[in-house]
Design a protein around this ligand. Structure first.
Ligand SMILES: Cc1ncc(COP(=O)(O)O)c(C=O)c1O
Length: 460
């Protein structure tokens, strides 16, 4: 008999918190290696989205496991308020070298939401330190995702989240993100992006430019926009607007950073849009430990340090064990040229996804950069009409993909108001054979979904 959530009187799986009572229970993970996961029944799944775009190195990487053990034998924890650690220094040196000039310092935390919080608080303390305490507003974009904690949600562009949690926080102003598939009528991708940059400028004026602390954005969209990639001119325009008004530009690279788009930072694709602060998480430690980072220029950190130091931290910030693990992850990423592999395999994956779209009735768009890709699902490719919202199409496609032995990631933004998509973001270690296997699994899942939609009359 299928086990269902709520069938144990106490305890039970964490899914009982976030899935409706009575939902069939998820397969239990038994082991994972390379790009595959196995459940307790011995079924194998290709990790087609690296979990929630985390497992850049795949699973069971020997070098990382050895580094983990070696550091654990040395010291698992030493409070940074009292001790330096070599693991911290080695990682900061390496990450800042890869990030390049202007991102000279690194502050390590335990995940993406913490990184968002730390970046905003650093920006605020910097403004105060340089004599601009009136800067109190972060302009964000809609749709966007910057984390689940209340400070990060305050800059997240998701109307549903704001309906529920808005009363608990000071929601920050949001301007449209330049989506590329559903551009308003009469616009091209470029003219829409230009209009979005103008909306940002107008928001500065509305707020009073001297009150704006920062702009926060995902340089390549994550889950919230399905890997949307804005034109270069937009990145440059945002940089210029921030410069004109003395606001910091924060790139949230929690999903796009650490090599996923074929560069160490997605920011590296647009040198003239260079951010002031960058957040990283997910691929930075690739799921081997909970981890994140804020990268910042000397001038910001020096100003804050001169004014008494960064007044922020969590118990586990910069813990030696996580730093050593992340160091091994980043070294492995560089030494095996996995960033180059992300670019090469990303091109192959893009071709395969476009072929699926060409022969499918419901794949309306394929987009992304490197191995940060997504496919958007529609009921009608000519009109881009979405599938009926109540079908929760991304979740259904993920379930059908799982039946094919392919694990994919999707979660709705703003209740699907901007469309529905599924992330296709395999580990950066994937090779051509893996990409083709992933594409075959996705094609079969899409075909199964089309048959279902045909049988229920949703597709003619
Ligand atoms: C772009 C972006 N920022 C921030 C976060 C929050 O990271 P975490 O879930 O590690 O707190 C996420 C998580 O999905 C993300 O995709």
């Amino acid at each position: 008999m299928t086990r269902r959530l709520g069938d144990t009187p106490r305890g039970g799986p964490v899914q009982s918190f976030f899935l409706p009572r009575g939902t069939a229970r998820r397969p239990a993970i038994a082991r994972a290696e390379g790009i595959y996961l196995w459940d307790e029944t011995g079924r194998r799944y290709l990790d087609g989205s690296s979990g929630p775009v985390v497992s850049n190195l795949g699973h069971g990487n020997r070098r990382v496991l050895d580094a983990m053990q070696a550091q654990a034998a040395r010291a698992t924890f030493a409070y940074p308020g009292l001790f330096e650690s070599e693991a911290n220094v080695a990682l900061a040196d390496l990450v800042c070298e890869l990030a390049g000039p202007g991102l000279d310092r690194a502050f390590f935390v335990s995940g993406g939401s913490e990184a968002t919080e730390a970046a905003i608080k650093l920006a605020r303390q910097h403004a105060v330190a340089i004599g601009q305490p009136e800067r109190i507003t972060v302009i964000a974009r809609e749709p966007s995702y910057h984390g689940g904690t209340l400070g990060a949600l305050a800059v997240t562009g998701d109307a549903r989240a704001h309906d529920m949690f808005g009363p608990l926080m000071r929601a920050m102003p949001r301007v449209p993100a330049p989506l590329t598939y559903r551009v308003p009528s009469g616009h091209t991708v470029e003219s829409h992006a230009k209009a979005c940059a103008e909306a940002l400028e107008a928001e500065f004026a509305r707020q009073g430019p001297h009150t704006v602390l920062a702009v926060i954005m995902e340089p390549v969209g994550g889950l919230s926009s399905g890997a949307s990639v804005a034109p270069a001119a937009y990145h440059e325009a945002v940089r210029q607007i921030c410069d004109r008004h003395g606001a910091l530009l924060i790139y949230d690279e929690v999903m796009s950073g650490a090599g996923r788009t074929g560069r160490f930072l997605a920011a590296d694709h647009w040198p003239r849009g260079r951010p002031d602060l960058v957040t990283l998480a997910k691929g930075l430690a690739a799921g081997y430990t909970p981890f994140g980072a804020v990268l910042a220029p000397d001038r910001v950190v020096d100003a804050v340090a001169s004014a008494g130091g960064f007044n922020h931290g969590h118990t586990y910030f910069t813990n030696p064990l996580s730093c050593a693990v992340a160091h091994a992850v980043v070294r492995e990423t560089v030494d095996r040229d996995l960033i180059g592999n992300a670019a090469r395999m990303g091109a192959r994956l893009c071709e395969r996804l476009q072929a699926i779209a060409a022969s499918s009735r419901i794949v309306g768009d394929v987009r992304g950069l490197g191995l940060l890709m997504a496919v958007e699902l529609v009921a009608d490719k000519a009109t881009k009409r979405p599938l009926p919202l109540e079908l929760v199409a991304p979740a259904r496609l993920c379930a059908l993909a799982l039946d094919q032995g392919l694990a994919l990631y999707a979660r709705r933004t703003s209740g699907g108001a901007y469309g529905d998509w599924v992330m296709v973001t395999p580990p950066l270690i994937i090779d051509a054979v893996g990409v083709d296997e992933l594409a075959a699994g996705l094609e079969a899942a899409v075909a199964a979904f089309e048959r279902e939609l045909g049988a229920s009359g949703v597709l003619p």
